[in-house]
Design a protein around this ligand. Sequence first.
Ligand code: CTP
Length: 141
Amino acid sequence: MDFVSDSLGCEHMTTILTFGTFDVLHVGHLRILERAASLGDRLAVGISSDALNFAKKGRLPVFPQNERMRLVSALRCVDSVFLEESLAQKRDYLLQHAADVLAMGDDWRGRFDEYSDICRVVYFERTPSVSTTEIIEKIRL
Ligand code: CTP
């Protein structure tokens, strides 16, 4: 258990937040979720919506958002999932979940430092040689 004291000196459970598409679930996803969970007591995962992915990448994920949410929430290291509908709401999501830590892969290094005024921001090394994009390309060949 990893407790932190609030402004009144009371201890509370630490909440970790992470975000991602988690499409075509693979071992790189599992490893970042396990490492994020190891930083505290509860891991909440923001799963980016189909619409958000379409806006970012110009294509829909292979698995729709409700299925991606079900798969990620079934992992032992994950306590809860929620839908991330807009990148602009990241600060709101962190505050709503009272996040103590924001954990992301290091492909995002530096991009979330602006939230270090409300939580600790941690970047984990990406797992080499695996990505959703590569898996989709391999299957297409
Ligand atoms: N991630 C990781 N190691 C990998 C792939 C992803 O640590 N090999 C992490 C990312 O850094 C991110 C989270 O998993 O914090 C969700 O990443 P996501 O973009 O959903 O997965 P990718 O496989 O990177 O997908 P894509 O190829 O579509 O970018």
